[in-house]
Write a protein that binds this ligand. Structure first.
Ligand SMILES: [Fe+2]
Ligand SMILES: [Fe+2]
Length: 204
């Protein structure tokens, strides 16, 4: 199955994007192993998260509508955001993926979702933080936090994404904020605030 997906990807995404996808797959694998999640499921979700990355806006809109997805103003105005939902459709229809947790993790990789599963959390942080994204002190700190406290890493990755969107004058989808707030609350309730060492690295 992995070979078939790789061949498909070679025809549908650029070589640099394929390298990103492989780094996400690898990071998902490491995080799943560390957090005692299903490593195979995490790798599959990582490998398939960006299947529809280069589908044209019209095709994304059409597939989303056929699927019966509700399109709010932001999704209608920025159909690229739909590549997450549409990638899950391709995973299901092209590669026969039936595991709802894998499909959810693919759907949630861009905007997240409050109450998302640990597998979704892994793919969400791996997509933003894979090694190819850079080596700033903040990114290094966030990567470390993914191993120490996964939900805290979702919270701080949400902060990182929101800051990036503000700086680049981009629309912020409400789900990005809802996910960040949920993860922050979870983190504070269940795990206490992030460890001092990880916090220090991130604010450094
Ligand atoms: Fe993506
Ligand atoms: Fe991605």
């Amino acid at each position: 199955m992995r070979d078939r997906i790789l061949t498909w990807l070679e025809h549908h995404v650029t070589p640099p994007r394929l390298q990103h996808i492989l780094r996400v797959e690898q990071f998902c694998s490491e995080l799943a192993e560390h957090h005692q999640l299903d490593v195979e499921k995490a790798k599959q979700a990582g490998l398939m998260h960006d299947l529809a990355k280069y589908f044209k806006p019209q095709r994304l809109l059409q597939m989303a509508q056929t699927e019966g997805l509700e399109l709010d103003e932001i999704l209608a105005g920025e159909p690229h955001l739909l590549h997450a939902d549409v990638s899950a459709i391709v995973a299901r229809d092209e590669f026969g993926v039936k595991d709802e947790e894998i499909l959810e993790a693919i759907r949630n990789h861009t905007l997240g979702n409050p109450q998302m599963s640990p597998l979704s959390c892994v793919v969400y942080v791996a997509d933003t933080l894979e090694p190819g994204r850079g080596t700033s002190a903040e990114l290094v700190g966030l990567r470390q936090m993914c191993f120490e406290n996964l939900v805290a890493a979702v919270w701080r990755t949400g902060d990182y994404c929101i800051r990036h969107l503000v700086e680049h004058q981009r629309m912020i989808h409400p789900r990005t904020i809802l996910t960040r707030n949920w993860a922050m609350q979870q983190s504070k309730e269940q795990h206490g605030t992030p460890s001092a060492s990880a916090s220090d690295r991130i604010s450094a």
